[in-house]
Design a protein. Structure first.
Length: 206
């Protein structure tokens, strides 16, 4: 479920652990390139890929699995960063909302997350996790209730207008926090795009 960076004694000068959560049909490998990039720039990434990622499990269950990893790797309300790619953006928001963890999140970044839902969910099948990503689904409406709380943390959404997986593409943008628009050619390539990786690193240092 997780890829844990090598670390010895943690001192007060180290940055918070950044929990990286991939999306639909993804695994640890999806974020390995980003994790390597962030590690070279002094971040402390840890990939957590709650499974199954095929939509067969409700996203609340995946958020619970993420919470269990965070509780193990960053106990006692240790300050953390959060990153979510695609469906991982909804999983991380559920973690924040279900467990009321806004107070411990230092930086929060999403890339191409269907914050306001995606029309593609309507052609991908009727599995619970897929249906939860439909525009105006009960889950999307529930997540809208946390917008005011998101204002209390450093939140950045990164997206591409060329996204043909998140439709409409600007569903990845919320009316809170900051957004970064990058003309990356495809949803599936975002995590390998050096411009996106650089933007994530900068957002984690804002």
């Amino acid at each position: 479920m997780s890829s844990i960076p090598s670390r010895s004694v943690v001192d007060s000068h180290e940055p918070p652990i950044t929990f990286l959560v991939p999306g639909f049909l993804d695994s640890l490998k999806t974020l390995e390139s980003l994790a390597k990039y962030l590690r070279r720039r002094g971040h402390r990434p840890l990939i957590c890929s709650p499974q199954p990622s095929d939509g067969s499990a409700p996203l609340e269950e995946l958020a619970d699995r993420l919470a269990a990893v965070i509780a193990k790797e960053a106990p006692d309300d240790e300050l953390i960063n959060l990153f979510g790619f695609s469906m991982g953006g909804l999983i991380t928001r559920l973690y924040l909302q279900r467990f009321n963890q806004y107070h411990r999140v230092h930086r929060y970044v999403t890339v191409a997350a269907p914050h306001r839902g995606t029309m593609t969910s309507r052609i991908l099948g009727h599995l619970p996790g897929i249906q939860q990503m439909a525009p105006a689904s009960p889950l999307i409406r529930l997540l809208e209730e946390d917008l005011d709380k998101l204002k209390t943390i450093s939140f950045v959404s990164i997206w591409t207008p060329l996204d043909l997986t998140i439709i409409p593409a600007d569903s990845s943008v919320l009316p809170v926090g900051a957004s970064r628009r990058i003309l990356s050619p495809a949803h599936g390539l975002l995590m390998y795009d050096p411009r996106v990786q650089h933007a994530v690193s900068l957002a984690l240092r804002r």
